[in-house]
Design a protein around this ligand. Structure first.
Ligand code: GRF
Length: 201
């Protein structure tokens, strides 16, 4: 059975999309653990309700990545960052190279990088006046939002949009994207050509 760990920092609607995807048999995997770097994150409740093992490691904790590595090493095939705000490093990153994905609420390389997360991403997109935004699922490397892009989905931006309007429109696509990306990875249909990612039919 393909096993994943899902790392969160907040509400966990992307985690919920994975849980729902498993229950509706869209994806064939098991969530071995949910790990939050923020105590009280609602995503922890989502895990608890489903009897999924869940852990809190405060983001200010020493050696956060090493603590996460202890939980996931030899136990999971893939780590999914679903609204996780801490930067991973060290042995965890090395040992899971090519086996960590992240979902970001913009069309990378726009509106991403250090400090670009949550509603701020959508505020910048609206300030810039883009006509389209969207979300990106990408592999995690040692940069911030710089790994090879697996999948992107586009949404229109309307002149009267508030940041919240745009965030909600993008979030719907995020949920679809994460399930689609997981489905492809689990079925072994993802091929990397250097930075370029091909998803086989
Ligand atoms: C999502 O917009 C995700 O793209 C970003 O943080 C947000 C997390 O939302 N990284 P949720 O916790 O999954 O609801």
């Amino acid at each position: 059975m393909f096993k994943i760990a899902v790392l969160i920092s907040g509400n966990g609607s992307n985690l919920q999309a994975i849980i729902d995807g498993i229950e509706s048999k869209k994806i064939n995997c098991e969530i071995e653990a949910v790990i939050s770097d923020k105590p009280g994150a609602y995503g922890l409740t989502r895990a608890e309700v489903k009897g999924i093992k869940n852990y809190v490691i405060d983001r200010k904790a020493e050696a956060l990545s090493d603590r996460i590595f202890e939980i996931v090493k030899d136990k999971v095939d893939l780590i999914v960052l679903a609204g996780f705000l801490s930067v991973l490093k060290g042995e965890l990153l090395r040992s899971f190279s090519g086996r960590i994905i992240n979902i970001h609420p913009s069309l990378i390389p726009s509106f991403c990088g250090k400090g670009m997360y949550g509603i701020k991403v959508h505020e910048r997109a609206l300030e810039y006046g883009v006509k389209y935004s969207g979300c990106t699922v990408h592999f995690v490397d040692d940069g911030t939002d710089t790994g090879p892009i697996l999948l992107q989905k586009v949404v229109p931006v309307y002149v009267q949009d508030t940041p919240k309007d745009l965030q909600n429109r993008v979030l719907e696509r995020e949920h679809e994207s994460l399930v689609e990306a997981l489905h492809a990875i689990i079925e072994g249909r993802v091929v990397l050509h250097g930075r370029k990612v091909e998803i086989l039919d």
